[in-house]
Design a protein around this ligand. Structure first.
Ligand code: T4K
Length: 380
């Protein structure tokens, strides 16, 4: 079965070299030498400063919220509100709820699939503390408009850049916008460290606060300065990250071949995500948007018969999940109205991510392309 993704496995010999270094140093975790090397190399590769490695992309979000103080509302009875997108992986919104904040969903732009800044502005209330947009499938959000809203309304902006590894916007790293951006290095991502993640902070003082937080707030043998958690990356994760990074160019080239073959085959046939002008391609995902959910279900069934397992990233649209909603008592609050979500619901019902990973041969996707294009021509 050709699944939607397959983890990248680097050269075994290269991995063994890093593992030998771990056995020699006798250092396994807590800011070891490989974690430090990976930090430096990622800052250079991504063209960013103030990067902090953490144990996964969900903790990257949670630690970023805390380091920026958005969950900490003194003298306020209701939880802080944070505006985010309903069209994303569950972790973007569940991490907010988990940290005691209330996700408020604003609708997406139906072409780029990223948060619509006008909808964000309409959702701002006196209780709003932050905006958490997602560069979904590696596309850039409207970062200028969103950063301007953050400044104008004194809101922190944390971009969930889990899909945006290596993406640039107008020549600079897409991860350099907002107060912070987060990354996921999960095994299924184009760059991975088995599990892992990173936060890129705008300000050095936020990085330093977060660095303490991910090691229980400990700053010395008898010194615990503040509340913290364990979110450190260990040396085996860093070793995998280093050898995946050693081979990143070949990985990207291989993904690019498949990505462009899909793009060429579907151009003018099937609706594709509109790229934000100025954003580079990182070949992270290949989503297609079908005419309706029933067409999507039929296409999925036929693809499965041909040996493909695409995925409905991201379905359902998250505003539909009751456990992310406001507590019942709050619902009577006249101040609050969950903005109406139209586009995210619609897109979530008919979007499908096709198989895309390094090593997948263009010839292996042809049957999938045929199934989809045939179905489209039948419908037209
Ligand atoms: N924000 C956003 C926007 C995100 O997309 C994510 C994660 C996060 C935050 C949180 O970051 P992390 O805390 O995860 O670092 C996968 C990933 O688990 C998840 O990291 C990712 N987003 C999400 C988009 O995709 P699932 O539920 O689709 O994973 P799973 O296990 O079904 O794997 C997908 C396919 O990959 C399978 O069909 C087979 C293949 N696979 C997977 C694994 C783990 C393999 O062949 N081998 C493997 O070892 O969530």
């Amino acid at each position: 079965m050709i699944t939607v993704t397959r983890p990248y496995f680097p050269e075994r010999k290269n991995f063994d070299r890093y593992v030998d270094a771990i056995f020699q140093s006798r250092w396994l975790t807590n800011h070891g030498p490989l974690e430090q090397e990976l930090t430096r190399r990622l800052e250079t590769y991504l063209g960013v400063k103030h990067l902090l490695l953490v144990s996964n992309g969900t903790l990257a979000l949670q630690v970023a919220y805390r380091a920026l103080g958005i969950n900490n509302v003194v003298g306020q009875r209701e939880p802080a509100e944070v505006i985010t997108t309903p069209f994303t992986f569950i972790a973007t919104a569940s991490s907010l709820k988990w940290e005691g904040m209330q996700p408020v969903f604003a609708d997406i732009d139906p072409a780029t699939l990223c948060l619509d800044p006008a909808q964000v502005e309409a959702a701002i209330t006196p209780r709003t503390r932050a905006i958490v947009p997602v560069h979904v499938f590696g596309n850039a959000c409207d970062v200028e408009a969103i950063d301007a809203l953050g400044e104008e309304h004194d809101l922190k902006v944390i971009y969930d850049g889990a899909h945006a590894f290596g993406a640039t916007y107008r020549g600079n790293s897409l991860l350099s916008y907002g107060d912070a951006s987060t990354l996921s290095f999960h095994a299924t991502k184009l760059f991975h460290s088995i599990e892992g993640g990173a936060i890129i902070f705008k300000r050095k003082e936020d990085l330093e606060r977060a660095r303490k937080m991910i090691n229980f707030g400990i700053t010395g043998p008898e010194c615990i300065e503040e509340l913290g958690i364990n979110a450190k990356m260990n040396e085996f994760q860093a070793a995998m990250g280093l050898c995946v990074l050693d081979e990143i160019e070949g990985n990207l080239e291989s993904r690019a071949l498949v990505w462009h073959a899909y793009a060429q085959a579907f151009q003018g046939n099937v609706q594709l995500q509109a790229r934000q002008p100025g954003v580079s391609l990182n070949y992270a995902y290949f989503p297609i948007i079908l005419e309706s959910e029933s067409v999507l279900l039929e296409v999925m069934q036929r693809l499965e018969r041909e040996g493909y397992q695409p995925r409905r990233y991201f379905c359902p649209s998250l505003e539909s999940l009751a456990f992310l909603g406001r507590p019942a008592a709050d619902l009577q609050d006249a101040d609050f109205q969950q903005p109406e979500i139209v586009h995210s619901r619609d897109i979530a019902s008919r979007i499908l991510c096709l198989p895309l990973f390094s090593g997948l041969q263009v010839s292996e996707i042809l049957a999938a392309v045929r199934v989809i294009v045939d179905r489209h021509q039948k419908a037209a």
